[in-house]
Design a protein around this ligand. Structure first.
Ligand SMILES: [Zn+2]
Length: 819
């Protein structure tokens, strides 16, 4: 006889962590509707929502709309609620789901109920079955209706009654319960799709945004593709300043970028910027969705890429945000910018204490409406010193203008028009929507240092900056604007500004228009990295972030405060693939010849290095030599010519194929440290190991150095060559050095700090050889145009060698002890 099935979705509205989550909106319908749509795909005879008495009336219409019946029962004794419902149904099998899982794998649910029923007909039936290994929030439970009724009678344990499954699976002596590993198609235990917290809800929104709305429930493959996507995994949260007195520019910029990126915008409940709601509504007309405005920053369960446009971060904000996925800050002016993974400066600033990763005024949104004729015939004037104008400069500025320009029509923007009702000659108006495109109508714009002043300049208006601080006075001077110095505004000062030769500013800024949203999107996908040796992020356990050594447009470098190594802490560059092209096209681009064309000269270098290694080895030193990152085998060939037994390892398949088939050396293709040398070569410990220009490529140096330490005999020599962070290039122009440092060099070694790092792994540095001497890179040589081969040239060359100022370095160390 065919068994009868019932789907029962458990739902209540009184969740403590996220109240009313089943009714939250997700892509135009409730979370509950998503669950019901998915469960409707599972074949069953009855479909029920089991809720409590209080939630019943609210849920009933949603249930009905989605083909479910609604049953009300006990709020806290969920087991009783289920049993009361089951007693009214004539079914054999129950498929239980909960209302907080909008992305249920209904295909897995179907498969598991079939498995349950197949077992039931077999000689090994069970009372309860569930798949394990599904994403958190994708699973259902299957059990026998009668088994649950029996179980409920047998237990008075409060925990059993607050839940459903435990009445069965916590009593395995009475019930046969199966936890079956899910088929590989469904098996992704590290993913999370449930909605238990606010952060989970934001993830769900991202998933729906990624997949785009669909009437039908998403398939397993669709949900998986969303969960693994960059979009879902790098949620962008804009944090604009919405503080009274800091202007509306930050909010405008963030909302505009949020429309482009579909990112979230954090507006705290206690925001003090009066215009906030109105400006948000303005952007809703441009495509901003209500759900993009959030009032909590997602927590560690759904870490976000935080984009601050905040004027000045507080230390607490900087600390908290730096624990998120990434912290990218726009026009950041606080003393805590060291916490930021990336600094983007858009408005020219005078900040001398720090360099940004990128300064680019192309991201200022330029007005489309531009004056055709730029003239100094001033008839229409706009005074716009921020709606709130905390320093009260609007009125004196407008009055000073009226005195100086008696015929002109003067308009001033204020937040409270009523207050200025009785002042003659000046037209006071409320903040203007989309001012940027209206600003061209004015011959002269009087504003403080900020976006409006630049927009007015781009629109071709005459501009006077009212300096609100001494710093802004210097900024106005630097960018050649007419300005009124910091302090009180009077008629004479205004007259002086009006006669300034800079009244019509010649904006020496990029006229290009770039999209901030798409640049933020690119930065959001960048990688944040921790110290490759210590393997913990700069903020973990440390009060302060690691010091920034250099920033450039795609990367940030820091010095680890624990071990001292310089490492790449953020990169917006794509990962490099070490394929054939790496040794050919890319190598040729950098060095002018391919790796194999350069083979003999590299081989001779290797011979010299191997000679140094031999000289440092003990008398009875053995001959087994391993070259990690052996490429096409120059060092292996050198070693063979020197009478050693060479072994090679490299990640590039093509190179290993060449080494084995053409050079006939034993070699393994592996992503070091993922190698079992005993299995590959029959050797567990080597007499010497080298890495020539390889060590800087590892993101996890700890695992690499630990592994090498175990692979080398006590007393054996481990040597590596790498670019030097203490060579003349790094010393003379640190930012240039890091800007041209290859994007796949994750650590930069400084010889003076190597000993401390290597000691951790049982090594003692026994020799440092400074190489790569380039007199032409010395500032003196560049200044005086010193010719190669001249006496001065030779002197600099000698100096470079004595002072170890080569741009590359070889570090030789001896294995002293086990790690
Ligand atoms: Zn470290």
């Amino acid at each position: 006889m065919k068994t009868k099935r019932a789907v029962i979705v458990q739902c209540r509205l009184s969740s403590s962590r996220l109240p009313g989550k089943a009714l939250k909106q997700l892509g135009g319908k409730t979370v509950l509707a998503w669950v019901l749509n998915s469960m409707k795909k599972v074949k069953a005879d009855k479909y029920y929502v089991a809720t409590d008495y209080e939630s019943y009336e609210t849920l009933k219409p949603i249930c009905k709309e989605n083909g479910f019946d609604c049953f009300a029962g006990d709020l806290d004794d969920v087991l009783k609620r289920f049993c009361d419902l089951i007693k009214t149904l004539k079914v054999d099998t129950i498929i239980r789901a909960t209302a907080d899982n909008p992305f249920l794998f209904y295909e897995a649910a179907q498969a598991s109920v079939e498995e349950f029923e197949t077992r039931k007909k077999s000689r090994h039936p069970c009372d309860y079955l569930t798949y394990t290994g599904l994403p958190h929030g994708s699973g259902v439970e299957i059990f026998g209706a009668q088994a649950l009724l029996t179980a409920a009678e047998q237990t008075d344990n409060p925990y059993d009654h607050e839940h459903v499954g435990p009445a069965l699976y916590n009593h395995k002596e009475n019930f046969k319960c199966e936890f079956v590993p899910a088929p590989s198609r469904f098996n992704f235990p590290d993913l999370r799709t449930t909605i238990d917290t606010y952060s989970d809800y934001l993830r769900a929104i991202s998933i729906v945004n990624y997949l785009e709305n669909s009437k039908k429930p998403y398939t397993t493959e669709q949900i998986l593709s969303a969960c693994k996507s960059d979009f879902v995994n790098n949620p962008i949260v804009f944090v604009p300043s919405v503080v009274k007195g800091q202007g509306t520019g930050h909010l405008h910029r963030c909302l505009s970028a949020a429309v482009e990126t579909k990112g979230f915008v954090y507006i705290p409940d206690d925001c003090s910027l009066a215009e906030t709601a109105g400006i948000i509504d303005e952007y809703k007309e441009k495509g901003l969705e209500s759900y993009q405005i959030i009032n909590q920053i997602p927590d560690q369960t759904y870490p976000a890429v935080i984009i601050t446009d905040n004027f000045k971060l507080s230390q607490q904000q900087a600390k908290n945000f730096s624990k998120c996925k990434k912290l990218i800050s726009i026009d950041e002016g606080s003393d805590y910018s060291e916490y930021c993974d990336y600094l983007l400066d858009i408005i020219p600033s005078y900040d001398i204490d720090r360099l940004p990763n990128l300064f680019d005024t192309s991201y200022i949104v330029k007005p489309l409406n531009v004056r055709k004729n730029r003239s100094l015939n001033i008839e229409k004037v706009l005074v716009c010193i921020g709606g709130e104008d905390p320093a009260g400069l609007t009125l004196p500025a407008a009055q000073a203008l009226a005195k100086n320009l008696p015929g002109a029509q003067i308009t001033a923007i204020v937040s409270d028009v009523e207050k200025y009702r009785n002042i003659l000659n000046i037209n006071f108006i409320a903040p203007v929507e989309n001012l940027r495109e209206k600003i061209f109508e004015y011959d002269l714009v009087v504003s403080h240092y900020g976006l409006t002043a630049f927009e007015a300049a781009f629109a071709g208006c005459a501009v006077i900056m009212v300096a609100t601080t001494k710093l802004h006075e210097r900024l106005a001077q630097k960018y050649e604007f007419a300005y009124i110095p910091h302090g009180k505004i009077d008629t004479a000062k205004m007259q002086k500004a009006l006669s300034s030769p800079n009244l019509l500013p010649d904006v020496k800024l990029s006229l290009q228009q770039k999209s901030l949203g798409s640049y933020i999107q690119k930065l959001a996908l960048g990688k944040k990295m921790c110290c490759p040796v210590c393997q913990k992020s700069e903020t973990q356990g440390n009060a302060k972030p690691d010091v920034v050594i250099s920033r450039n447009s795609t990367r940030t470098y820091r010095r680890c405060q624990n071990c001292g190594i310089v490492y790449m802490s953020y990169s917006a560059e794509e990962d490099k693939q070490y394929k054939k092209s790496y040794f050919f096209e890319e190598y040729k681009n950098q060095y002018g010849k391919t790796y194999t064309e350069d083979f003999d000269s590299i081989k001779n270098q290797c011979k010299r290095r191997l000679g140094v290694m031999r000289s440092l080895e003990s008398e009875e030193g053995g001959k087994n030599y391993l070259d990690i990152g052996c490429a096409y085998g120059p060092s292996l060939t050198a070693a063979m010519e020197m009478g050693l037994n060479p072994f090679g390892a490299d990640i590039a398949e093509d190179a290993i194929h060449y080494v084995k088939s053409e050079l006939h050396f034993p070699a393994a293709c592996c992503a070091f440290p993922d190698i079992d040398s005993e299995k590959e070569f029959g050797i567990s410990q080597f007499d010497s190991i080298s890495m020539w220009y390889v060590i800087e490529h590892f993101k996890n140096l700890d695992s690499v150095l630990s592994k090498i330490s175990t692979m080398i005999k006590k007393g054996g020599i481990f040597a590596f060559a790498t670019p030097s962070g203490e060579g003349i290039s790094a010393k003379s122009d640190v930012d240039h050095f890091y800007t041209i440092s290859p994007t796949d060099h994750f650590s930069i070694w400084e010889p003076s700090r190597a000993q401390k790092i290597l000691k951790k792994y049982g090594f003692e540095v026994v020799k440092v050889v400074s190489t790569g001497h380039h007199p032409e890179r010395f500032p003196a040589c560049q200044k005086e145009n010193i010719q190669k081969g001249s006496v001065k040239w030779n002197m600099i060359d000698k100096y470079s060698r004595i002072m170890q100022l080569g741009d590359t370095v070889e570090i030789y160390c001896r294995k002293k002890a086990d790690k």
